[in-house]
Design a protein. Sequence first.
Length: 437
Amino acid sequence: MVNAREHRAIGVAVLGFGNVGSEVVRIIRDQAADLEQRVGARLELRGIAVRDTSRDRGLDPALFTSDAEALVAREDVDIVVEVIGGIDYARRLILSALGSGKSVVTANKALLAEHTGELAEAAESKNVDLYFEASVAGAIPVIRPLTQSLAGDRVNQVAGIVNGTTNFILSAMDDTGADYAETLAEAGRLGYAEADPTADVEGYDAAAKAAILASIAFHSRVTAADVHREGISTITPADFESARALDCTIKLLSICERVRSADGRERVSARVYPALVPLSHPLASVGGAFNAVVVEAENAGRLMFYGQGAGGAPTASAVMGDLVMAARNKVNGGRGPRESRYANLEVAPMRDITTRYFVNMQVTDKAGVLSAVAAEFAAHGVSISTVRQEGAGDGARLVVVTHTATDAALSDTVEALGKLEFVTAVTSVLRLEGTQQ
């Protein structure tokens, strides 16, 4: 424990100097006096780990090192900030830091989605902190409200838009009528999409964040492999046209919730997919690259967190919040919340999850088509809410919106529809969230 009266400096090592790492270093330097007052001791940079130390970064070259392992092992380092990304190398560095009694602040959602348990146990064994607010939704405070503010409540659902790239693309498609390829290219030109956007557009990034949120909200270990994942690359302008006809838009949602099995057992569902969202729902108005998370708790009711979900400065804000908390604990001898996994709830398979569905079919415009289609839905126990035909002749489309049904029942229905002679193709199947019918 650091004696607050002595005001000994808290040594900080920063691993990575990209968009986030450089902003963290800037804040530590520019706001040094204020941070010292908030922490009760000075935050002092011991070193910054980078791949290439030959580049001029506008700071004292002596601060930079390519030997991250040696930096983490230094005795004058109290807290390690990891913002290099990746899994294996970052995991090794974090475990080394925790094993030597140093607290860790990380923004690494991919690592946490795979190894939260291992890292949490390492932190607990040395009675140090592992903070990761920045791993989900950038600057938006979501982790701390779940672990602290709502610690005395029962959270039933955490749902939201947690990937800015996909939200930008879908918002642009809705606003302009452009197709997926055009808006993806525009997102790349504006810097919202990476050169390889797969992690974003295919839902891997959102799935990692869903795993973290589900683990915390439901006191159970959930990994990225447990999360059902679908991306947005198959969404078309026609889907948005149909969505508008239903007073909806389309968003890539991360949904984590408590569900019950047929025999009454409580389980966890964690899933990511594009879904129709009613315009009346608070998530429908979240546009551009912004993120939003809605938490439903038994006593607190509905809470919504909204803001910048990515970017150097916003993410660095979340990192700095964790760094201040960890530093205060070093000064005062405290510790942040430990991993809570007492519930140990089973993750429900996607086939058991119930929701509403939007099914778009291309059909031959002949007598008997509607009755044949309706019969297939009924045969698989899927109740139809509305049916609408668009167009005529061979290019006719039939749009069906269902009441709630299991994913298994809907999948069986779609398979059967594809075998009907009247159905040319089932062009899209989307879930409808934010309604209860």
